[in-house]
Design a protein around this ligand. Sequence first.
Ligand code: 5GP
Length: 190
Amino acid sequence: MEVLKQRILEEGIVVSDQVLKLDALLNHQVDPQLTMDMGREFAGRFADSGITRIVTVESSGIAVAFATAFVMNVPLVFARRKKTLLADPDALCERVPSFTKGIVTDIMLSRQFIGPEDKILFIDDIIANGDAARGLIKIIQRSGAELVGLGVVVEKSFQAGARTIREQGIRLESLVRIKSLSEGKIVFED
Ligand code: 5GP
């Protein structure tokens, strides 16, 4: 997605050779027009797949997941991050390490909002090592729903997450792929 590459070059801040700050676009501020363009792009790539629900993890995935859900005219469900897990017989839970915060969080999704009749498109902001995505994939699989695919805004292809998920046979579509952040420079895959 060329427009997104351009915005990342203009507004992204390379924090280290592993981390790109995208607060201006994804993780703090949201540009509604650009976010709707992302939603249309994902909706187009997964058109005719019979998607019944969009799933994401709070919080940075919500805006683009909403845009995708709006275009596809299906509900959006976001997995919640819980500090303490109250006993909830309806909750599907996974413990995932957080790439940026260096802590472990529990994510949960209620069985009320996902089930065996669903065909799920999972939308997320950035994929690095893939821990967050793997956690939600496990939850989706345990719910009995069919995971049609994963749409991520930014794939850092120099980290293993996206590759290992594709190796599991899961369709993963990214809007931009970054192959390096070395020496303060953002380099995209072709
Ligand atoms: P993973 O579980 O794939 O290692 O990391 C995924 C999550 O960590 C993303 O949803 C994102 O919020 C955060 N993250 C990973 N890498 C980066 C990065 O380079 N920049 C920012 N801003 N967040 C990141």
